[in-house]
Every structure is written in C-alpha cells, then in structure tokens.
Design a binder for this molecule. Structure first.
Ligand code: FES
Length: 122
C-alpha cells in the first residue's frame, strides 16, 4: 500500500525554511550573509535560528556531506558548528547573529574559503 506521507528521501529545497517565527516579531531587524547572500534576521536571534529561518540546514556533514540542522539546541551536541567566511568556527545554537556576519553552510564554500593564496588548506 503506497504511503501518503512525504518521502524522507525527497530532497527539500535548500531555501525552504526549517523554522517559522511565531512570536517576538517586533525585535529590531538586522542583516547577515548566508553563503554570500544577504538575508534578514532579528536582534537576539541565535545564528541557528537565523539560518534555519532561511533554509533547512546549518551545514553539511564533513563526513558524509549530509545536511545538518543542529540537534540539542543547547550547546551540547556539536551538530551545529558553522564557519564564518574568514574561517572561524562558531557554534550556531549558542552564538548570536550580528549585523553583517558572514557564514557558510556548504562544505565546498568552507573548503574554498579555508584555502590560502597558494591553494593550500589552512
Ligand atoms: S545544536 Fe547541539 S551544540 Fe548546537
């Protein structure tokens, strides 16, 4: 009997949000850059919230390339590590998004950003 549930293997659009804001909508807006694209968030959002308001992943697994979206949301599981464009690691669930912050979610972009002028990874 065919299932009427959506397949768990069907790829979701990268730009389909994981989160939908239902409260605290009057905080001051800010902008940050997600994979080079300027997007909006609100003051006081964690980076995890800000990213998942835009799409369904915060990063790709460095082992499998599978999408990751955080797990514990309290700084304990290590599932939400992201990279800034200048190569710093940030834990998205315990880092507040800031005006002009520039973060990467795609492994290829992270690896390209982590290469120096000689093309060698840092
Ligand atoms: S979601 Fe678990 S450490 Fe951030």
């Amino acid at each position: 009997m065919p299932s009427t549930l959506p397949s768990t293997h069907a790829p979701a659009s990268r730009r389909e949000p994981q989160f939908i804001r239902v409260a605290e909508t009057r905080r001051e807006p800010l902008h940050f850059f997600l994979d080079g694209q300027e997007v909006a968030a609100l003051q006081g959002d964690t980076l995890l919230t800000a990213v998942l308001m835009q799409q369904r992943r915060v990063r790709e697994s460095e082992f499998s390339g599978a999408p990751r979206a955080g797990f514990c949301l309290i700084g304990a599981c290590q599932d939400c590590w992201m990279r800034t464009e200048d190569g710093k690691r940030v834990r998205a669930c315990s880092t507040l998004v800031t005006e002009g912050m520039r973060v990467l979610t795609r492994l290829a972009a992270v690896e390209a950003g982590a290469a120096d002028e000689t093309g060698d990874a840092r």
